[in-house]
Design a protein around this ligand. Sequence first.
Ligand code: PMP
Length: 352
Amino acid sequence: MSRYLIDTYRSLEVYTPGEQPRDMQYVKLNTNESPYPPSPAVIAAASGEAGRLQLYSDPTCAALRDVIAGLYGVERENVYASNGSDDILNFAFMAFAGRGGRAYFPDITYGFYKVFGDLHGVDYTEIPLEDDFTVDPAKYHGKDGLIVIANPNAPTGLALSVDAIEGILKTNPDHVVVVDEAYVDFGADSCVKLVSKYPNLLVCQTFSKSRSMAGARLGFAIADAGLIADLDRIRYSTNPYNVNRMTMAAGAAAIGDNDYYMQNCRKIEATREAAAERLRALGFTVIPSKANFLFAKSDRVDGETLYLELKKRGVLVRHFTAERIRDYDRITVGTPEQMDILIQKISEILGD
Ligand code: PMP
């Protein structure tokens, strides 16, 4: 920190991204990326746009929003495109809570919510998950501020039903409910179908996981046109060209190749279930996941030791130090071959 940084930001506890080491080739199961590459059409679209990089991108993102709207059965005015879904979450904390405003989210969830809350001076409350890590929707009824729910939740992988979320929406008509569906394509039910009914619902999704574009930074929100206009006010006050040309073209091509990506999701789900079974056979407790990762613990090795021992053997998983979850590791579902290596290394570490 330099002596020039203002006090507001000195004590900020910043988000720690999953490690992206360059020292060796790891089996990388730590940041929930897709193990499958973008489709050829996406690569061609991004490359095609490279020759036009001297021009700014379209600040309205019209072409991309139209194809997303077409896929989800909404209108362009209901779609917002962003530089990763982190940007949407950031803007949502700014626009719908802000300094001194209130927000509610689970104690165990995506770590960035707390960071955005701190960044914007929001008075937030972390509502404890139940002992089995489920979210009790009743605890979010009738609140006096912004509500943010990751569905499926991270890092647990557990999902709420659309009915449970509808209960939260109904009892909070004066406040925005953000449903962060970063992992929804891996088997959970989407709340997009509720958007026409609830002007306080903001669904956000990302191209980073199910659409193999983490490195391109593309997220989107689907909501009532009013909420989209609110996000746009913040966007036009920060960075109107928040989605670059190559990413915009790649995103539209990915929607055009939706079948390829949904087939990958089905493969990942099958790999997830097989890996969960094998971990259980090794004595692990594995939380039932609707995401592209597994959250697992063993009585025979603690979460941090397993993470370190796997890293030594060239496999990266994610370990969190928070008290309630420090026994666990979060393991991204890779290819079947990557999961074979994971299981083999874990067996070796356990001495089986
Ligand atoms: N929400 C959740 C729950 C996540 O795990 C992530 C990925 N770290 C994001 C949002 C953000 O994803 P991106 O910015 O890559 O769209």
